[in-house]
Write a protein that binds this ligand. Structure first.
Ligand SMILES: NC(=O)c1ccc[n+]([C@@H]2O[C@H](COP(=O)([O-])OP(=O)(O)OC[C@H]3O[C@@H](n4cnc5c(N)ncnc54)[C@H](OP(=O)(O)O)[C@@H]3O)[C@@H](O)[C@H]2O)c1
Length: 425
């Protein structure tokens, strides 16, 4: 058997003999015709011959759902398929429904209706999967179909596939990574001396910031993604996993300056881990070494590090946001044949009480050093080394988050505007 023959994605679905003849036509209903949906239409159109030759498939887009009539659409949108009527969309005769509208409603209605009717669903929507993943996977199983969501986490980095297929068998201990392209792009620009507003505007212009970037910079987007990865790796229901979450805003400029003072760079790191007490998760600014895997992850790129008992450390990195990589992930799922579903689950996660080193800073000004020292002292946070920047930036010895949280609450109550990064260097 040739290598070419072995590696085709859908080798199990399309008989080889059929490939030599006409490609099999797959009727597709696509919800969403924005950055991702529009790019998918372009790939399907311009890659049609290659898909037929390599995979023996031709995707025929029979209906496209959008919200606004009269908005400019890509040239590749087939004529007469666009609708703004949800019921007309749901009634389309399609074996595959691709969801690229985002948000939970009406995405969940689209997914439930399609799966209940035995249709396959592919989505790039992390909010949907984090809120309803196990329910939708169970519905897919009952209906003898499947839901795939590679594009929902880390764009073009195939971490979902890896966690659904091979990595769980290696005894995963922890997953951590840079999972939000917008925040990482902003942090990269800040380290080059640009302002926060300028960096965010550039991310939006490039099309990888969410419509409302507050979900990106607050860490909510990354929290959805780490919940999904924790589900796949540890079987914890994503909606039942508490995630300690702090984003990069407000205060991104100071977080970057704090990291520089510690000779590191700041990254918004999402993490989940199996501990003796249970599965824990966090999304927070972390000071990492500039040459570390996460420190080297720049712009909108994502990186995911998986540590496991028998496989050591695996790092997957690549384009984490943008229409192209996400549409490419959708396409891979569309082509993919039947594979196993993630496990059903009722497990809960627990609060993370593991000790870490932290950098705590307050706004410089009269009494700042004394206020910081007092708050840390009262909360029982052990300080390591001399305070930096005139006493407005302190490093701690390893200590669990609740104590640091106590100190930051006291500082906030005093109007000191504290910021905290975890320190890994
Ligand atoms: N952009 C990225 O880099 C990226 C990366 C990874 C994952 N994703 C995910 O991909 C999905 C789509 O993102 P996007 O960036 O393509 O968003 P987008 O550019 O805002 O496009 C959303 C599309 O969905 C349509 N839509 C939104 N709400 C609707 C509703 N209630 N009813 C009918 N149609 C509706 C919009 O219609 P109109 O065109 O008429 O407004 C638009 O065509 C999201 O789940 C997002 O999280 C995006």
């Amino acid at each position: 058997m040739t290598l070419e023959g072995v590696e085709t994605l859908d080798a199990g679905v399309v008989p080889r003999v059929a490939r030599a003849r006409e490609p099999r036509v797959v009727r597709v209903a696509l919800a969403g015709c924005g950055v991702v949906g529009g790019e998918l239409l372009r790939i399907l159109k311009h890659g049609e011959a290659r898909l037929a030759a390599r995979n023996g498939l031709r995707f025929e887009v029979v209906r496209v759902l959008a919200r606004t009539a009269g908005r400019p659409r890509p040239d590749e949108l087939p004529e007469g398929v666009l609708t703004t009527d949800l019921d007309a969309f749901l009634a389309a005769e399609a074996e595959l429904v691709v969801e690229a509208i985002g948000g939970v409603d009406p995405a969940v209605r689209i997914a439930r209706t399609a799966l209940a009717a035995g249709r396959r669903v592919v989505t790039a929507n992390k909010a949907l999967v984090a809120a309803h993943g196990p329910e939708l996977a169970a519905l897919a199983r009952q209906s003898g179909t499947r839901i795939d969501f590679e594009g929902a986490v880390a764009g073009g980095v195939p971490i979902v596939r890896a966690l659904r297929d091979s990595l769980p068998l290696t005894g995963v201990r922890s997953i951590r990574g840079v999972l939000n392209g917008t925040s990482n792009y902003v942090l990269t620009r800040l380290a080059e001396g640009r302002s926060y507003a300028d960096a965010l505007a550039r991310a939006q212009a490039a099309g990888f910031a969410e419509a409302d970037p507050s979900r990106d910079v607050s860490g909510e987007d990354a929290a959805d993604k780490i919940r999904i990865l924790a589900w796949l790796a540890f079987g914890v229901a994503p909606e039942r996993l508490p995630v300690r979450r702090r984003g990069i805003a407000p205060g991104a400029d100071r977080l970057a300056a704090d990291a520089a003072a510690l000779r590191g760079v700041v990254r918004l790191v999402a993490e989940c881990a199996q501990t003796a007490e249970g599965v824990v998760a966090s999304v927070e600014p972390v000071v990492v070494g500039p040459g570390s895997e996460l420190g080297r992850t720049r712009n909108e790129d994502n990186a995911v590090l998986v540590e496991s008992d028998w496989n050591g450390r695996v790092c997957l990195a690549g384009p984490g946001a943008g229409g192209g990589p996400t549409a490419s992930a959708l396409l891979a799922d569309m082509v993919r044949g039947a594979q196993r579903q993630p496990p059903p689950t009722q497990r809960r996660g627990v609060q993370d009480r593991r000790p870490h080193r932290w950098a705590v800073s307050v706004e410089a000004g009269p009494g700042a050093a004394e206020a910081l020292r007092r708050a840390l002292d009262r909360a029982g946070v052990p300080v390591a080394g001399e305070p930096l920047r005139g006493g407005s930036l302190a490093r701690t010895a390893p200590v669990a988050w609740p104590r640091v949280d106590l100190a930051t609450r006291a500082l906030t109550a005093e109007g000191r505007r504290p910021l905290v990064s975890r320190v890994e260097r």
